[in-house]
Ligand binder design. Structure first.
Ligand SMILES: Cc1ncc(COP(=O)(O)O)c(C=O)c1O
Length: 393
């Protein structure tokens, strides 16, 4: 080493040994023989340029890898970055994607607008109809089967073991967006999925202060996606990665609290006459109870039913808006997974791009309110919703 030249820093400096990972802001790193070898071999074993790898981004990915019990994980610039980069990695021109109709609005736009324009064949089916999946994958060689483990916003729970079997029998890979359920409730890889994607913007980060995504799965598959991150430029910034890492330190605490609140809120809403339907996997009348029993992780007798609740008010979308606007604790805002309770109406936000008929086909009711439970005292939050319903009746 040249005199006066600083040593290349290690991830956690071995001399000062910080408890919290430093934010590695440097985009470039001193080159040595190993780095040159790595550059010439495709460049992902060593760290030498920030669009390829960054130590802080690696630290955040490692936390998610652990939660998903994956062989490997890699962070991306956003959830959409994770989804688009994964699909563009797995697909070849002309390939078919069979996807659930019940997906996040921008995922749907990617599937029905962008991918066909780029030459991919996309078929959407009802996530709950296994025969429809079987027919769609048989229609033409299928490369990817795509589903949200717990769908946004209907909270339809995917039968992941069955979908994995259908996908694999057709020679396709099962890609699962686990944003809504989170690995607290569902670990898709253990149930047969090949790749898991997330909007880490949501529950993984948990504080509504970062946009990020993550891809997890088998080492060679994640590596393939990482190579597309290099050419598509969908890498995560180290400051954002640090915030994801920090949020993940309280993941279990936050999720156990907000899951309990969601369970109580769902029960309180279901007792109301002016609420026509409540969707939450903890409720006795949850349509997918058999799947919930097989797919959701448990605490003893109880399934971990998630921190999202969707409910449908009598009076349609206009009343749903009024209810949402009468809340004092719940925040009228898009997104989900924060420590604050976030409430939205899909018809004018996440799913505005669907026509009313398309929303009905995707099982999004007229009058649906989507709630992402935060960590506020649950009694105050439930009172807030009951008061808002009373005020607007
Ligand atoms: C289920 C789901 N997947 C993906 C995304 C996209 O995530 P991001 O906003 O981080 O790109 C969202 C955003 O709301 C989502 O709800």
């Amino acid at each position: 080493m040249t005199e006066g030249r600083p040593a290349q820093s290690s991830l956690f400096n071995p001399r000062t040994r910080p408890v919290v990972p430093p934010i590695h802001q440097s985009v470039t790193y001193f080159l040595d023989d190993d780095a040159y070898k790595d550059i010439q071999a495709g460049g992902l074993d060593e760290i030498w340029y920030g669009r390829f790898r960054n130590p802080t981004v690696d630290v955040a990915a490692e936390e998610v890898r652990h939660l998903e019990e994956a062989e490997a994980a890699f962070m991306t610039a956003s959830g959409m970055g994770a989804i688009a980069t994964t699909l563009l990695t797995l697909l070849r021109a002309g390939d078919r994607v069979v996807a659930a109709r019940q997906v996040y609005g921008d995922t749907r736009d990617l599937l029905v607008r962008d991918l066909p324009a780029w030459g991919f064949d996309v078929v959407q089916v009802d996530a709950l109809d296994l025969d429809a999946w079987r027919t769609a994958v048989a229609g033409r060689p299928t490369r990817v089967v795509y589903v949200e483990s717990l769908a946004n916003p209907q909270l339809d729970l995917a039968d992941l073991p069955a979908l994995a079997e259908i996908a694999h029998a057709a020679g396709a890979l099962l890609v699962v967006d686990n944003t809504f359920a989170t690995p607290y409730s569902v670990q898709p890889l253990a149930l047969g999925a090949d790749v898991v994607v997330h909007s880490a913007t949501k529950f993984l980060n948990g504080h509504s202060d970062v946009i990020a995504g993550v891809v997890a799965g088998r080492f060679d598959r994640v590596r393939e996606v990482q190579r597309r991150v290099i050419t598509l430029g969908t890498c995560l910034d180290p400051h954002a990665a640090y915030l994801v890492w920090r949020g993940l330190q309280t993941f279990e605490l936050r999720l156990s609290r907000s899951n309990a609140t969601a369970r109580e809120l769902a029960r309180a809403l279901a007792a109301r006459d002016d609420v026509v339907r409540v969707r939450h996997p903890s409720l006795p009348d949850y349509e997918r109870a058999d799947v919930a029993n097989r797919v959701l992780r448990r605490d003893g007798e109880r399934v971990r039913a998630g921190a999202m609740v969707s409910f449908t008010v009598a009076g349609g979308d206009q009343r749903a808006l009024q209810v949402m606007r009468s809340l004092e604790i719940g925040c009228e805002a898009t997104s989900l997974g924060g420590v604050e309770t976030l409430v939205s109406t899909p018809f004018n936000s996440s799913h505005f791009s669907l026509t009313p008929d398309e929303r009905t086909a995707a099982r999004i009711d007229d009058g649906m309110v989507r709630v992402s439970c935060g960590v506020e005292p649950s009694d105050l939050l439930i009172d807030d919703f009951l008061r808002a319903l009373d005020q607007t009746s």
